[in-house]
Design a protein around this ligand. Structure first.
Ligand code: PRX
Length: 632
């Protein structure tokens, strides 16, 4: 805990040190972890190839730092408190000692099934403690986990399994979500029809629903651990060995596997967790994300547990059994730090303050926001009604690729400003570049958000395709990591994220590539061409608007629209289902055939009156027709 920053001047001081001498800065932080062998060099890097290595030749196992290291100091303290979907079901508390035993036992179980160092394991599970146990068991034996959010379709799941050639899938029979019971194992079975690499499927019995078990391949979790020892010696990993792959959307059609490695990720997630949330021993911390996203990786499991925190895992949804569920959980477990997404805040705001009234919320000290820009109205509602005006809000900007929080207030240390992520964390060297790559220095500037120096938890590659990593992040602006976000640095030097400047949209805090959604739409046999854009959505932040050219012969518009939405649900999952589909006779194109998305974005946002000059288009006449159709 010696690395905790307590004041604004302390932050400034640490930030300066981290820039002037990054090696000494990070070596000091890394010193408080358990290494089997110390590193030879703190960092080696170039952003050209790119090639980044932290704590070169250091040897460790991240689970020794999460579990073994805490056994004697806080073995009986809660590591994970699991709150089930149904409030009438008992919650489960796992102490560090219990978690250690369960992880070791499951590590032995997967090892017995032939999973070892470097093997890829897909985890496709609901929010149950076993999801965290599975992650840590993989890390324990040196296997690379790749969690696929359990809302993704069989098709999306099989793509990811095939891309990383996973040897094992860990799943559950079903998933309780609100008043629904969702099949999970059935989706895995369907996905596996298209995958050859998977040898074993381990399924946790959660809902008790009927599932098929394929002989020789499938085994129940409880059978896999039956009689298995709870003692396990962790595999020795190199700092730069892969810890996990997490697939995320980009501007091109196929999601890419972002690769994180052991040493740097460990140091940065723990450091950022402690400083951003100002976690004190004994506090109860709750992040409402799903472990299927990076937030769940870094700030439900790795960061908090590395820091010896008590981390809550919630299986359900904010509105079940009613819109007061989050607040009921905060009171029940006396939550001190609460971390959620603006989309959840806006959804709950829509219910008014009545659902909050039965709850005290007096244990709360810090509120967090992540995943998308938080609008000022939601910020104030969160601040006033949940934080009762006394909890600092940490608006945390980061990405799957950054591994950890990059720009954020440190709770109670950095003065906040609504809708501003404020200042970079120590070690994060931001620059703002204009479209030509010139650095915009000083304050009151706006441009592309880039980073000019490596940080320990940055992505190392995109799985199986290093060139893609180079092209996507390191080529737009040579020698810089390009985030894909636009940003403003205001007169006080504070950063405000303006949203994506590429073809990525952010729906309820989930990243979607427009090309990915278009590819799915184009799978419908009647679709000729499509263009997808984001538009402002009151709750989701951005909604998905699809303009589609169809062969209408013998078909009703209404029927086709429904089928197109269903096609996307089937190919990607419900999170990518377009909110609006408009059938159009043509798409506005330049003379070289490029779709003018700028025009479509304006029409989708209801701003069709301000399109500017469209006379240079190849087919300007189509714009009027689209505008009329959009207003219907
Ligand atoms: O556009 C930014 C937005 O989410 C993107 C990253 O998405 P993902 O990799 O799924 O990770 C989300 C959780 C870390 C960013 O490029 N974003 C994330 N946090 C914020 C944000 N936009 C504005 N403010 C934030 N606090």
């Amino acid at each position: 805990m010696s690395d905790r920053i307590h004041s604004l001047s302390g932050y400034m001081h640490e930030y300066q040190k981290s820039v002037q001498d990054p090696e000494s800065f990070w070596a000091r932080i890394a010193d408080s972890f358990h290494w089997r062998k110390k590193w030879d060099k703190v960092v080696e890097w170039n952003f050209e190839t790119p090639d980044v290595k932290w704590f070169v030749n250091g040897k460790l196992n991240i689970t020794e730092n999460i579990l073994d290291r805490h056994l004697y100091t806080r073995g009986d303290q809660a590591a994970i408190i699991w709150e089930p979907n149904d409030p009438n079901e008992e919650h489960i508390t796992l102490t560090y000692k219990e978690l250690h035993a369960k992880v070791c036992q499951f590590a032995n179980a997967i090892k017995a099934k032939g999973v070892g160092k470097g093997d890829r394991v897909i985890i496709y599970m609901p929010m149950v403690p076993e999801a965290a146990i599975a992650m840590l068991a993989c890390a324990r034996v040196g296997a690379v986990h790749s969690i696929v959010f359990a809302g993704f379709s069989a098709n999306a799941l099989s793509d990811r399994i095939n891309d990383c050639q996973a040897k094992m899938v860990i799943t559950s029979d079903g998933n309780f979500r609100g008043n629904k019971q969702i099949p999970v194992k059935d989706v895995v079975d369907e996905a596996l029809e298209k995958c050859d690499s998977v040898e074993t499927v381990i399924s946790l019995k959660r809902t008790g629903q009927q599932v098929e078990m394929t002989e020789g391949r499938d085994i129940w979790w409880h059978d896999a651990i039956e009689g298995v020892s709870s003692e396990n010696k962790a595999e020795e990993m190199d700092s730069e060995d892969m810890l996990f792959i997490l697939y995320t959307s980009g501007s091109t059609g196929q999601p890419k596997g972002v690769v994180h490695t052991c040493g740097g990720y460990m140091i940065y997630t723990a450091y950022s967790f402690q400083n951003v949330f100002q976690y004190n021993q004994g506090d109860v911390y709750w992040c409402t994300a799903d472990v299927g996203w990076i937030t769940g990786h870094s700030y439900i499991v790795y960061g908090p547990l590395l820091a010896g925190a008590t981390s809550i895992m919630f299986e359900g949804v904010p509105t079940f059994p009613d819109a007061g569920r989050f607040w009921a959980i905060c009171d029940k477990h006396q939550v001190n730090q609460f971390y959620t997404a603006p989309t959840a805040i806006r959804a709950l705001q829509a219910y008014g303050t009545e659902p909050i009234e039965p709850y005290k919320l007096d244990s709360l000290k810090v509120l967090g926001s992540v995943g998308e820009p938080i609008n000022e109205e939601a910020w104030h509602w969160y601040h006033d009604h949940i934080g009762k005006g006394k909890c600092p809000i940490v608006d945390t900007w980061w990405q799957t690729e950054t591994g950890g929080i990059m720009i954020s207030p440190l709770a109670g240390v950095t003065p906040t400003k609504p809708a501003y992520a404020t200042l970079p964390l120590p070690g994060v060297q931001l620059v703002i570049l204009d479209n030509e790559g010139n650095e915009l220095k000083g304050n009151s500037v706006e441009g592309n958000l880039c980073i000019k120096f490596p940080w320990p938890s940055m992505l190392r590659t995109t799985y199986g395709d290093h060139d893609r990593c180079k092209q996507t992040y390191f080529s737009t602006f040579p020698n810089h990591y390009f985030t894909g976000d636009g940003v403003k640095r205001d007169e006080d030097g504070y950063y405000r994220i303006l949203g994506r400047v590429d073809d990525v949209i952010n729906v309820s805090g989930h990243r979607m590539g427009t090309a990915e959604v278009e590819n799915a739409i184009n799978e419908h046999p009647k679709v000729i061409e499509s263009a997808v854009v984001g538009y402002p959505h009151d709750i989701k932040g951005q909604g998905i608007y699809a303009f589609v050219i169809c062969d209408m012969e013998g078909r009703s518009e209404e029927g086709l629209i429904k089928e197109i939405k269903e096609t996307v649900t089937k190919i990607i999952g419900p999170i990518a289902r377009p909110d609006k589909v408009q059938i159009v006779p043509g798409l506005p194109k330049t003379r070289s055939g490029k779709i003018m998305r700028r025009i479509l974005r304006k029409i989708a946002s209801g701003d069709g009156a301000n399109l500017g000059d469209i006379s240079t288009l190849f087919n300007p006449e189509v714009v009027e027709v689209i505008k009329e159709g959009a207003n219907k």
